[in-house]
Ligand binder design. Structure first.
Ligand code: PLP
Length: 448
């Protein structure tokens, strides 16, 4: 790899900073990319380049950068009460108001909220909560949790165990005991000649097989992202989720939806569970809850589990920053802006369909085997041969090459292997979508 001159900041960074999900050796050669500011859907790097952020940071900056409403909410709360906790029979107004507000937005009978500081902490909470729930029901042996290969549920021990990322499991001896995985509903990669409908049913029925294999009275819960995000924006066939819900009900297994990415309007609904007609027992949210301006997560709890927890004595679980007052104030302001600007409706009726229509036009490119998407989530598959959708050899690194071309052109797209994915801010405009598509096409041409 070529050695590039490094700025003093890049030198300091290389000398002292260990980055998450980063090959440090490569970073030391090139120096980190320095992002200095943001406005709307754009970022500016240290060299003054303007970059269209089609990933909304890490799927989170839903209102875009530079929203005064969120800054002011944080500032006011910092002055009034910068910190207090929710432990030991205490609350503060912003946490209570946020819980009540979320209860009106959530599907079904989800009227209780447990606050955390992140998506990973939500999923750690899920593991402890469902096991505590079943123990309180007199069934402590119900402690197995079923998840999916290639899922991403975070980086803590429980989050990474629930996740199905093999390289993460390999570092640290994961998954933790009692967490098992079934296959993902990835039709483009694994459909193998079946119809999408058949494939969706077949993948969902792996849940039933796993329940029978584990022992139906040993399984506590199934967890899944409505659309697997970090796994490559895997949109399941329509037959998949209804069958999963049916199986959960048949075997009395709790259904947990991880909506850390899909929640807060990303699919054109407040929560994607609505879109798929699901009534989960638990639902995890983070990221878009504050548009990423400040860390916050929450686990929404349906009536059945809530009643069990309320009557079950003390739940020995929580974080110093569970429901941090400044984060809750920002989340309330974030919801207020989303409602005032009707952003969920906008994604559903206007900008979502427009983005999907334009994104689909990339499907004619000789490098693209499939385009897919929902709302403001989209993916395309790079293929070596379009006639039979043959994939590139792994060591070609087509996705990484394409991602780097995007960056040179002033566009952030993410590569998951050879799947290119986007998740732009919900406030993106039509002209900005046009720019995104033009740059994506240019990057594909350069990769070809
Ligand atoms: N769950 C899902 C579906 C995610 O996509 C992520 C992060 O990308 C997480 C959980 C973990 O969230 P965090 O990074 O806030 O811990």
């Amino acid at each position: 790899m070529a050695k590039l001159p490094k700025s003093p900041l890049q030198q300091l960074d290389a000398a002292h900073h260990l980055h998450p999900f980063t090959d440090s050796q490569a970073l030391h050669h090139k120096g980190a990319r320095v992002i200095e500011r943001g406005e709307g859907v754009y970022l500016w790097d240290a060299d003054g380049n303007r970059i269209l952020d089609a990933m909304a940071g890490l799927w989170c900056v839903n209102l875009g950068y530079g929203r005064e409403e969120l800054v002011q909410a944080a500032e006011q709360q910092l002055r009034r009460l910068p910190y207090y906790n929710l432990f030991f029979q205490t609350t503060h107004p912003r946490a209570t108001e946020l819980a009540a507000s979320l209860a009106t937005l959530l599907p079904g009978d989800m009227e209780h909220l447990f606050f955390t500081g992140s998506g990973s902490e939500c999923n750690d909470t899920v593991v402890r909560m469902v096991r505590h729930y079943w123990a309180e029901q007199g069934q402590p042996e119900r402690n197995t949790i079923i998840s999916r290969h290639n899922a991403y549920h975070g980086s803590t021990l429980a989050g990474a165990s629930l996740g199905g990322m093999k390289p993460m499991h390999a570092q640290g001896g994961l998954p933790l005991p009692g967490i098992v995985h079934i296959d993902q509903p990835y039709y483009f990669g694994e459909g193998g000649g079946q119809s999408p409908h058949q494939f969706g049913l077949q993948r969902a029925r792996q849940l039933e097989q796993k329940i029978l294999e584990s022992g139906p009275d040993k399984v506590a819960a199934f967890i899944g992202e409505p659309i697997q995000g970090a796994g490559g924006v895997i949109i399941p066939p329509d037959s998949y989720w209804p069958e999963i819900q049916r199986i959960c009900r048949q075997y009395d297994i709790l259904l947990v939806m991880d909506e850390v990415i899909c929640g807060f309007g990303r699919t054109g609904h407040w929560f994607a569970s609505e879109y798929y007609g699901l009534q989960p027992d638990l639902l995890c949210m983070a990221k878009g809850i504050t548009s990423g301006y400040i860390p916050l997560g929450a686990v929404a709890v349906g009536a059945r589990v809530a009643q069990g927890l309320i009557s079950g004595g003390e739940f020995f679980h929580g974080f110093t920053y569970s429901g941090h007052p400044v984060a809750c104030a920002v989340a309330l302001a974030n919801i207020a802006v989303m409602q005032k600007e009707r952003l969920v409706e906008r994604v559903h009726d206007d900008i979502g369909p427009y983005l999907q229509q334009e994104w689909a036009s990339l499907g004619s490119h000789p490098l693209v085997g499939e385009t897919r998407g929902l709302g403001l989530l989209a993916a395309l598959e790079l293929v070596a041969d379009k006639s039979d959708n043959r994939r590139f050899d792994e060591d070609v690194g087509a996705g990484v090459i394409c991602r780097e071309h995007c960056f040179e052109l002033g566009l952030v797209m993410r590569a998951v292997g050879d799947t290119m994915i986007i998740s732009p801010p919900l406030v993106i405009g039509r002209l900005e979508v046009d720019e995104l598509i033009t740059k994506a096409r240019q990057a594909l041409d350069l990769t070809y």
